[in-house]
Design a binder for this molecule. Structure first.
Ligand SMILES: [Zn+2]
Length: 344
C-alpha cells in the first residue's frame, strides 16, 4: 500500500506478487476503500472499474484480483475503485452489504456529501475528473439467483457495447437512487453489471471474462458496430415494504409477517410472469404493505399485484428482477423490481 488520503487508500500499479494469493488476502492488504491505478500500453487513455460497493457481492473483486495475479498490462490505463472492503472482510466474509451503522455505498453519489460514505464518493468522483474516461463499469452481484444483465440510466450504443462485454440483456432505469452511475452518466458511458447471484461460480467467471475484455481491447466502441442482439428492458418499478412492515420467505404463509414470499422466489428473476402467478401470501394488510414506486413516484402496487384467498399474485404480465430471499436486505433496500411487459 502506497499512501492514504483523507478517505481513500491509494495503490499505484500493484505488482502480481504484491496482491496476495487469495482474494481474502487481497482484501486484508486493501484494508479499506481503495483507489488503484494500473498503467496501460497507451498511457494517454483511461477506463474505470468500480466494484464491491456492496460487501456481499464478491464477483467483481475476485475478477480484479485474478486479473492482477495474471499480470496483464491493460490496453489503456485502468483506474479501479474498490468500495466496501471492511464490510466484505467482516466475518464470515462477503456476508454484509454494508457494516451496521454505515450507509449503502451505492446510494450516496449525490449532494450533500456529508456522510463518511458521501465523502468517499466525492473524492472518487473528483479523481475521475482527472481522467478523460472512455467508460466506467460498476460490477455487482444479485443476492438471489439471477442471470447476468447490465443496468444503465442512459441508453445508447456505448451502453449496449459495454453490456455486450458481459451479457445480452440491458435494463434501462429512470429511477434515481443516488447510485454512482447517476453521477457519471453524462460525462462517461457507464453501466452497472449484475453478474448473477453472489454464491454462483458462474457469476465470478462472467465478471472475469467481461473485465478481461474491458481492459484488453483497443476499442470498446468500434464504429459502425450494431448491437441488435442486446435485449432492452425499460423502466423497472421498485417494490419496497412500507416502513416497519416485515417479510418472511417460506413455502407457506408465516402468520407473524406482513407478507410472505415464496422461499424459491429468486427463481423468478428475469423470467416472464403471467397474471395469476403466485409469488407468495398476503398478510392482514394485504397490498397496503407494499410501495411499488415508478420514476414519477406513483405507487403502482395495486396494478401490479392482486390477492385471492390470501395468495399474492402477479396482476399483469412482466418480469421480476433482483428478487432477494434475504429478509434483512429486503427490508433495508427493496423486495425486488418489476418490469411490466407493456413497457418492454
Ligand atoms: Zn450491489
Amino acid at each position: 500500500m502506497k499512501h492514504r488520503t483523507d478517505f481513500l487508500r491509494i495503490w499505484d500499479n500493484p505488482q502480481t506478487e504484491e496482491v496476495g494469493d487469495s482474494v481474502e488476502e487481497f482484501l486484508h492488504l486493501l484494508g479499506g476503500p481503495t483507489w488503484i491505478d494500473i498503467p496501460g500500453k497507451d498511457p494517454s487513455r483511461s477506463r474505470a472499474i468500480v466494484t464491491l460497493l456492496h460487501g456481499n457481492e464478491p464477483s467483481g473483486i475476485r475478477a480484479i484480483h485474478q486479473w492482477l495475479r495474471i499480470g496483464h498490462t491493460p490496453y489503456v490505463n485502468v483506474v479501479c475503485f474498490i468500495g466496501a472492503v471492511e464490510a466484505a472482510l467482516a466475518p464470515p466474509g462477503f456476508a454484509f452489504r454494508t457494516l451496521p451503522g454505515s450507509l449503502d455505498l451505492n446510494r450516496c453519489w449525490q449532494e450533500p456529501y456529508d456522510s463518511v460514505e458521501g465523502h468517499i464518493a466525492q473524492e472518487v468522483l473528483q479523481r475521475f475528473q482527472r481522467f478523460n474516461l472512455e467508460a466506467l463499469i460498476d460490477i455487482h452481484n444479485t443476492s438471489g439467483r439471477s442471470p447476468c444483465y447490465g443496468i444503465t440510466t442512459q441508453i445508447g450504443d456505448k451502453q449496449k457495447a459495454l453490456t455486450a462485454l458481459f451479457s445480452s440483456q440491458l435494463v434501462v432505469t429512470d429511477l434515481r437512487l443516488g447510485t454512482i452511475m447517476e453521477a457519471t452518466e453524462f460525462e462517461t458511458p457507464t453501466i452497472a453489471v449484475e453478474c448473477g447471484g453472489n454464491h454462483d461460480p458462474q457469476s465470478d467467471r462472467l465478471a472475469f471474462d467481461g473485465l478481461s475484455r474491458f481492459t484488453q481491447t483497443d476499442s470498446l466502441f468500434p464504429p459502425g458496430k450494431e448491437y441488435s442482439d442486446i435485449s432492452i428492458f425499460e423502466h423497472p418499478i421498485r417494490v419496497e415494504l412500507r416502513k416497519g412492515a416485515t417479510v418472511a420467505y417460506a413455502s407457506s404463509p408465516v402468520e407473524e409477517a406482513d407478507c410472505t414470499l415464496r422461499c424459491d422466489a429468486d427463481n423468478f428473476n428475469f423470467g416472464v410472469l403471467h397474471p395469476g402467478e403466485q409469488i407468495g401470501w398476503a398478510g392482514p394488510n394485504q397490498l397496503d404493505v407494499f410501495l411499488a414506486r415508478d420514476a414519477k413516484g406513483r405507487n403502482r402496487a395495486k396494478e401490479l399485484f392482486s390477492v385471492l384467498n390470501g395468495q399474492l399474485h402477479i396482476a399483469q404480465p412482466g418480469r421480476i428482477l433482483m428478487m432477494t430471499t434475504d429478509p434483512i436486505l429486503a427490508t433495508s433496500d427493496c423486495l425486488f423490481y418489476f418490469l411490466p411487459s407493456t413497457s418492454q
